[in-house]
Design a protein around this ligand. Structure first.
Ligand SMILES: Nc1ncnc2c1ncn2[C@@H]1O[C@H](COP(=O)(O)OP(=O)(O)OP(=O)(O)O)[C@@H](O)[C@H]1O
Ligand SMILES: [Mg+2]
Length: 235
């Protein structure tokens, strides 16, 4: 366990980060020189119009891609020059992902889906089963452990995905449009769950284009043309 008092480094520290795609005339500056610090325990929403750089930022913050220039430290680890294998270890250790399309593995159970990041770490079967069941319980789906994704509603599938994101006790929960495919009732269930996760001390970065969703966060960042145009504390 990390000690939140002794452990002073931010979860996310971007310094002068750019991300360029393509070369020459065709070059796109998807991120254009951004500084961003997110401390442990913050709940931050990232907003912006289509093409403003949200997914590019998410990919960098999530260690799915690396910067063109500048530097990124995740939980005190500089990840600018890590190999793909090292990045995947960092992701497994540090980040819980929640995606718009749930990204559950279809032909297996909810329990097996939640166990997966622990299996990847090589955790022994009995222990990972115990932890996965506890995570499913915490999202109210302990009684659906043996159901497959197709036997669950969209909202339930997203709650399984949240259990999978939380089961490793990550430094950062990264959610990209997590309610984009949900009706309003499931949307509020999922947001309640993310909010209670935040109250328990987790750091959450949520990408959304909906004001009602962003309103759940403490801090709202707007991207315009690859730059952070505003960064406001809202609660
Ligand atoms: N792999 C790529 N190759 C070239 N250009 C890219 C690539 N990925 C993104 N871009 C460009 O970078 C810019 C930012 O894209 P990004 O996907 O980050 O936007 P976004 O804010 O996530 O948009 P949306 O809300 O539509 O998902 C856009 O101009 C896009 O066309
Ligand atoms: Mg996007």
């Amino acid at each position: 366990m990390t000690n939140p008092i002794l452990d002073k480094h931010p979860v996310i520290q971007l310094q002068q980060v750019t991300k360029h795609y393509g070369l020459g005339e065709a070059q796109v500056r998807a991120l254009d020189g951004n500084d961003l610090t997110i401390q442990r325990g913050e709940f931050v929403a990232i907003m912006g119009t289509s093409g403003s750089g949200k997914s590019t930022l998410m990919n960098i913050v999530g260690a799915l891609d690396i910067v063109t220039t500048g530097s990124y430290e995740l939980d005190g680890i500089n990840i600018d020059r890590l190999s793909d294998d090292a990045l995947s270890v960092v992701r497994n250790r540090k980040i819980g992902f929640v995606f718009q399309s749930f990204n559950l593995i279809p032909r297996t159970t909810a329990l097996a889906n939640v166990e997966l990041p622990l299996a990847y770490r090589g955790m022994e079967r009995k222990e990972r089963r115990r932890r996965a069941l506890a995570a499913l319980d915490s999202v109210g789906l302990g009684d659906r452990a043996d159901h497959g994704p197709t036997q669950l509603s969209g909202g339930q599938q997203q709650r399984v995905a949240i259990a999978r994101a939380l089961v490793t006790n990550p430094s950062l929960v990264l959610a990209d449009e997590p309610t984009g495919n949900l009706d309003s009732s499931s949307t509020s269930d999922v947001l309640d769950l993310l909010q209670s996760t935040h109250y328990r001390g987790n750091t959450i970065v949520l990408i959304t284009h909906e004001d009602e969703v962003a309103a759940r966060a403490q801090r709202v960042i707007h991207l315009v043309d690859g730059r952070i145009a505003s960064d406001e504390r809202v609660h």
